[in-house]
Design a protein around this ligand. Structure first.
Ligand code: SF4
Ligand code: SF3
Length: 540
């Protein structure tokens, strides 16, 4: 196997024996083949569109769900990945009859039986592109598209579609098979991926806010109640909504975990009295925290960590998530999923063991922040707020990530952190205080709500009458782990944001030349020690 798509890749270069995430070589090979066949299908659909033919939404969904399946910590189940390859080959063969495929690459034409998958997979992985710069750009685009696919998938379950984004996503996937494209052309495509990333996040924002209202300032309880609970993790708000509906008057409380925390900020979920609070921290602490929760746990998306036997019988997956041996709750777009299995189990479970007490405050997505715009602009004009520090992204298990807690604590008291994603767990419980009533940590929501941070920056640019987004008093110090952070990064680059610091390590999939290009054109940089970075950003 060879996989280097996430920040925790072995030795900062690539997982070759098995994944640090727990992905086995057989699973990695099937994921490689799934990506390659999905690119082949995308070459066919792109040809169909070129010929003026339409592509059914179900095909768009197959493609986005395939990409979602291969995101880090989503799917560890060989059987379902194999089934997805079969479905992709079948769809591809049918559609290929409708288009002129004579000039399309091998991935568009290949067909094989299930027992041929393993042999084919070893020939189509990341390393099959020999030139390291072309490989690097192809993977940068592919990972960005995986992130984009995850976000459009969430919009799709809320019945929002955007054919233009799907058409781009498929054209870009197909372009990563095209040997005639130069490094310059692929670099331009990476930036175009970023601008579609902005559109994809806007689509999801519209889907979420039209379904559940605009997030608003909310205090979230961290303690536990005395009744049994169900814990919901991942990013899918529609799954949470269905579960909340089905647990009304059952004597069960529902808690959020990790990236589901921002669900509390939406007005629509506040009517559920049994929607209790948030339990635990970011994804990587789940082994201890799931053990202590005592009740069933629903994984709606990443990040699932291979579960310990002691609580595996309480893990349920849904959507693109799968783990061998854990029951999966099915349901296609528009269908109501049946969560009675979890509900029945919860009734016989002990209440959660308390991990902590207290509260956290969040809900600072764009509408809420813009409602406070006057207060914030006054604070900037009076000098009470000197700088905003965007610290969005992912958390992870690397010890070096304590940098982000230390950095947040070392920040001058006249700075405000803008955050989104599970990165926030490094500092959202530190009680960093407020500036004239404005909390010093403004949590916009999930990683996809990084869109809000861009909207806020663009609004501030307008209010202060600036021509360049980089003239705002905003520092970008982003932490990444999986591929949704890649689309967030590309989205920011496409908006013209420069001098983004990315850590705790730069992606292994950036070749020295591609990294140099990002440094030269966008001022991308890594992180140093907290002390040196304070000196760099604040001259102290
Ligand atoms: Fe390694 Fe990350 Fe790939 Fe898992 S997703 S195999 S940890 S690079
Ligand atoms: Fe976290 Fe997995 Fe990226 Fe949505 S839950 S941010 S890592």
């Amino acid at each position: 196997m060879f996989c280097y798509q996430c920040q925790e890749t072995a030795g900062c270069s690539g997982c070759t024996k098995s994944g640090v995430c727990g992905k086995r070589p057989e699973t990695a090979a099937l994921q490689d083949l799934l990506i390659w066949t999905t690119k082949g299908l995308s070459a066919v659909t792109t040809q169909l569109r070129r010929e003026g033919k339409t592509v059914d939404a179900s095909v768009n969904h197959l493609i986005t769900e395939n990409l979602f399946t291969t995101i880090t910590n989503v799917n560890f189940d060989d059987d379902t990945i194999r089934a997805r390859i079969e479905a992709t080959l079948e769809t591809k063969a049918l559609l290929a009859q409708l288009a002129d495929c004579s000039a399309l690459p091998e991935a568009a034409l290949w067909n094989g039986t299930t027992d041929e998958f393993a042999a084919k997979a070893v020939t189509v992985g990341v390393l099959s592109t020999e030139n390291e710069d072309i490989r690097s750009l192809r993977e940068l685009i592919t990972y960005g598209l995986k992130g984009l696919a995850a976000y459009t998938s969430h919009a799709n379950v809320l019945l929002k579609e955007n054919e233009e984004i799907d058409a781009f996503l498929q054209r870009a996937l197909a372009a990563t098979l095209d040997d005639s494209l130069s490094a310059e052309e692929l670099t331009a495509l990476a930036l175009e991926t970023g601008s579609y990333g902005v559109q994809g996040m806007a689509l999801l924002d519209e889907a979420n806010t039209s379904a559940y209202g605009n997030p608003e300032i909310t205090t979230v309880d961290l303690s536990v109640g005395t009744r049994p609970g169900i814990l919901v993790s991942g990013h899918d708000l529609r799954d949470l909504e269905m579960l909340l509906e089905q647990t009304v008057n059952t004597g069960i409380d529902v808690y959020t975990h990790s990236e589901m925390l921002p669900a509390h900020y939406y007005p629509a979920f506040k009517k559920y009295e049994h929607f209790k609070g948030n339990y635990g921290n970011a994804w990587w602490k789940q082994k201890e925290e799931f053990e202590a929760f005592n009740g069933p746990i629903l994984m709606t998306t990443n990040c699932i960590v291979p579960p310990k036997d002691s609580y595996k019988n309480r893990i349920y997956t849904t959507g693109a998530v799968r783990y061998p041996g854990c029951p999966h709750i099915d349901g296609v777009i528009g269908e109501t999923k049946d969560f009675s299995l979890l509900i029945e189990q919860a009734k016989h479970c002990a209440p959660p063991t308390e991990l902590e007490q207290g509260t956290i405050v969040g809900g600072f997505a764009h509408a809420q922040v813009l409602a406070l715009a006057d207060q914030i602009v006054d604070a900037v004009k009076s000098g009470a707020i000197k700088k905003f520090v965007v610290m969005a992204g992912c958390d992870g298990r690397a010890k070096s990530r304590s940098y982000y807690s230390d950095f947040a604590q070392a920040l001058p008291k006249d700075t405000v952190i803008l955050t989104a994603g599970c990165a926030k767990y490094k500092y959202n419980k530190l009680n960093l205080g407020d500036i004239n009533g404005i909390p010093r940590v403004l949590d916009a929501g999930q990683c996809n709500d990084s869109y809000s941070l861009a909207v806020i920056a663009l609004k501030l640019k307008e209010v202060f009458g600036l021509d360049d987004i980089n003239d705002l008093p905003i520092i970008y110090n982003i932490s990444w782990y999986e591929q949704k952070a890649v689309i967030v990064l590309l989205a920011l680059l496409s908006l013209g944001v420069k001098n983004i610091h990315l850590g705790p390590t730069l992606p292994a999939f950036l070749s020295p030349n591609v990294a140099a290009l990002l440094v030269e054109n966008f001022g991308i940089a890594g992180i140093d020690t907290v002390e040196n970075d304070m000196e760099l950003f604040f001259g102290k």
